[in-house]
Write a protein that binds this ligand. Structure first.
Ligand code: NAD
Length: 291
């Protein structure tokens, strides 16, 4: 049985990418598509809207009208909308995968309270590459503990929030790796005289323009050398694929809680091989073995 999905923010950049991917995957089925109340295409077939071929799912404006029968709701909208969608999923006990960013602290607390009443997976970035970037940043932050760190992100000009949720998450990873949460001072951009860098500063900078899907670089700046760790998404499909992996994970999870992409990836990893296989061509030669 395919996983029955409702997508919120269905005609947005991410929602439409997710729907197109669902159409190409046998394991998933689109049963609902939700947009904002004043969307000009409400009641129009979403397949027709996105790829010119009817798929019998019409654009609705209220998740409560389409959530019945869904295995999972996938949400890429904006914070107030996601607060409402989390509440609906919690009330109906439907699994929820959310990638919306830009919550204020107050909204985030309300979101967590709501989303933890059901099985939720939340990720400011669903890309598996960004998850690995975050692990590399953690390693570099603890190994190079006295180096300065600055994070720079680049996104298309239509992105509503700045800096990105991923850049803020990377800053948090640095602070946690150095056991310094609360001691680092986040600095968003610099300007004017007196901008000399303080030791406790952690710079987070947003570049906007063009059609960039998402780039994040963590700079580790030390004496006479520096390390740069960069992730670049070359298509929104990177996030959409991660969102579907997250949807599959959360549908198969039993306990209500807010899970992260780490849980998704760990659940998908194969068990460790008992013996480390030797790559062909890398076996020691007879001469090396002394034979
Ligand atoms: P977008 O503006 O292209 O799409 C958002 C869609 O949500 C729009 O179509 C809008 O009409 C719709 N919407 C707004 N209010 C709504 C409501 N109340 N109910 C239903 N639909 C509503 O933006 P986007 O680039 O698709 O990004 C959406 C969100 O996802 C942003 O917060 C962005 O930062 C985030 N994002 C997350 C990831 C990730 O991997 N987690 C990747 C890319 C973008």
């Amino acid at each position: 049985m395919p996983i029955r999905c409702v997508v919120c923010g269905a005609t947005g950049r991410m929602g439409s990418t997710v729907i197109k991917l669902i159409e190409s995957e046998e394991n998933f089925e689109l049963i609902g598509a939700v947009e904002r109340r004043d969307h000009p295409d409400l009641a129009v077939d979403v397949g027709y809207l996105l790829f010119g071929r009817n798929n019998s799912v019409c654009l609705e404006n209220d998740l409560r009208d389409v959530v019945a029968g869904a295995d999972v709701v996938i949400d890429f909208t904006e914070p107030d909308a996601s607060l409402f969608h989390a509440e609906v999923c919690a009330d109906k006990k439907v699994a929820y995968a959310c990638g919306t960013t830009g919550f204020t602290d107050e909204q985030w607390k309300r979101f967590l309270a709501m989303a933890s009443r059901t099985r939720t997976v939340y990720a400011p970035n669903f890309s598996v590459g960004v998850l690995v970037l975050s692990k590399l940043v953690q390693l570099a932050a603890s190994s190079l503990s006295d180096w300065d760190v600055e994070i720079v992100e680049v996104h298309h000009g239509k992105k509503l929030d700045a800096p990105s949720g991923t850049a803020k998450k990377l800053a948090q990873v640095v602070a946690e790796a150095r056991r310094d949460v609360g001691e680092h001072r986040l600095v968003f951009g610099r300007e004017g005289r007196g901008s000399e860098r303080g030791r406790a500063e952690l710079g987070v900078h947003a570049v906007r323009g063009g059609d960039v899907f998402g780039e994040h670089t963590a700079y580790f700046l030390g004496p006479a050398e520096r390390l740069e760790l960069t992730h670049r998404a070359s298509s929104r499909e990177a996030f959409a694929r991660g969102a579907l992996a997250a949807a599959e994970f959360i549908v198969g999870t039993e306990a209500a809680a807010v899970y992260s992409m780490e849980h998704v990836v760990e659940a998908a990893l194969p068990p460790l091989a008992e013996e480390i296989p030797v790559l062909a061509g890398l076996e020691p030669s007879k001469k090396e073995r002394g034979g």
